[in-house]
Write a new protein. Sequence first.
Lengths: 112, 115
Amino acid sequence: GNSVTQMEGPVTLSEEAFLTINCTYTATGYPSLFWYVQYPGEGLQLLLKATKADDKGSNKGFEATYRKETTSFHLEKGSVQVSDSAVYFCALRRNTGNQFYFGTGTSLTVIP
Amino acid sequence: GAVVSQHPSWVICKSGTSVKIECRSLDFQATTMFWYRQFPKQSLMLMATSNEGSKATYEQGVEKDKFLINHASLTLSTLTVTSAHPEDSSFYICSAGGGLDYGYTFGSGTRLTVV
């Protein structure tokens, strides 16, 4: 089947710290992989995506690389800011059909 | 970029009443829209797939008679929670979009509270 496993939170970091949120997946075929961010009280916003193995998605200082050999798509940022505080969801979408499968989300709090 | 508008952003209703949530694609046509439900501190769970001009496809365990979905046009899908109960209180989010290289766009969500 298809599933996404994310590291459990919550995660609390000091400003300018390095961030890693682990994400691994199980999928049939070759899915596309996504990271979405949800700020308090809001819907999901696409942060970055990768559609094939070895692709690197990047946006706003965040990046993640599609690793087929380890079935992973870990999210990283070199220096987090207070404004990065949110819940981050890793997701996959099969290339046949359009359904998304989400991880459970990781809450990040960045303190000044 | 693509924009999906969801309305209302929050609603409080009494038990036994029905609530309608709208999901609109503002600058593109969406033959398929998805409805998700998010419980507190949990991930999004797909409830149903809404197809323009045909019946929605519901996920296992979702009551189709309770969560009525209508996708009457290429830009509008509605979710009606019928005879709402407090356990229906949740955050409901729709998504639309398409194409292999395109991440689906999500609405801003609707927080439903049933009292």
